[in-house]
Write a protein that binds this ligand. Structure first.
Ligand code: DX5
Ligand code: ZN
Length: 227
């Protein structure tokens, strides 16, 4: 288990009319990564935004931009997101026929590569691509919407943590969906080290974002010290 917990607010829950200000606000409030949820209305039943909108907010923060592509296919769009300033680009295991090729394409663009697993995605493929990834994203909701309830896929998170530890490399284990101070504790206890949170961060106005991020972070510290 790692003590180095990172919080990645998802701008899906931000006010899209003031997106740049919202990104500045979560940067100032203590976000570690800025999580960018891209949805295509095809791989997931919702549409969010694409690379041009992402590009508009990229330069307002020096934090790590963590781009989660919920789109299929992915490969034709990787360069757009790399050029727009992504630091990490994550694709879903089911998004294309050649996961290994997509991961290599992301790295060839000079970016960190992530693979996302839906709650029902088996993880037996993971050991075959572990040397090609810098982040594994375990979905704790079915992707497509913010504000859903947490699905406790803790056995899978633990198993992913074992594969990561066996690799000997510094690979992020990110969880995404339904994260609150309460569920964060369980996800961290299972082995995650990056927590994506939309609803739980972007609530009660920008004045509260720092408190909201701190509440998630502190619940994890108590989970770690009590573990
Ligand atoms: C789900 C997205 C998530 C989600 C997080 O498809 O990938 O990033 O919006 O939002 P909350 O924290 O509201 O579940
Ligand atoms: Zn996401």
């Amino acid at each position: 288990m790692t003590q180095n917990i990172k919080i990645a607010p998802s701008i899906l829950s931000a006010d899209f009319g003031h997106l740049a200000d919202e990104v500045k606000a979560i940067d100032a409030a203590g976000a570690d990564y800025i999580h960018i949820d891209v949805m295509d209305g095809h791989f997931v039943p919702n549409i969010s935004f694409g690379a041009p909108i992402f590009k508009c907010v990229r330069d307002v923060s020096n934090k790590i931009f963590d781009v989660h592509l919920m789109i299929a296919p992915t490969d034709a769009y990787l360069k757009d997101f790399a050029d727009a300033g992504a630091d990490i680009i994550t694709v879903h295991a089911e998004a294309g026929p050649h996961l290994h090729r997509s991961l290599q394409a992301i790295r060839a663009l000079g970016k960190k590569a992530g693979v996302a697993l839906n709650p029902a995605t088996p993880m037996d493929f993971l050991s075959h691509v572990i040397d090609d990834v810098d982040l594994v994203l375990c979905m704790t909701v079915n992707p497509g919407f913010g504000g859903q309830s947490y699905i406790p896929v803790h056995n899978k998170i633990k198993a992913v943590r074992e594969v990561i530890n066996a690799s000997g490399r510094d690979i992020d284990l990110e969880v995404d969906g339904g994260i609150t101070p309460e569920t964060a504790k369980d996800a961290i206890g299972a082995g995650a080290n990056v927590l994506v949170a939309g609803t739980a961060v972007f609530k009660d106005g920008a004045d509260k974002y720092a408190d909201n991020i701190a509440a998630i972070r502190h619940s994890c510290s108590s989970s770690i010290s009590g573990a």
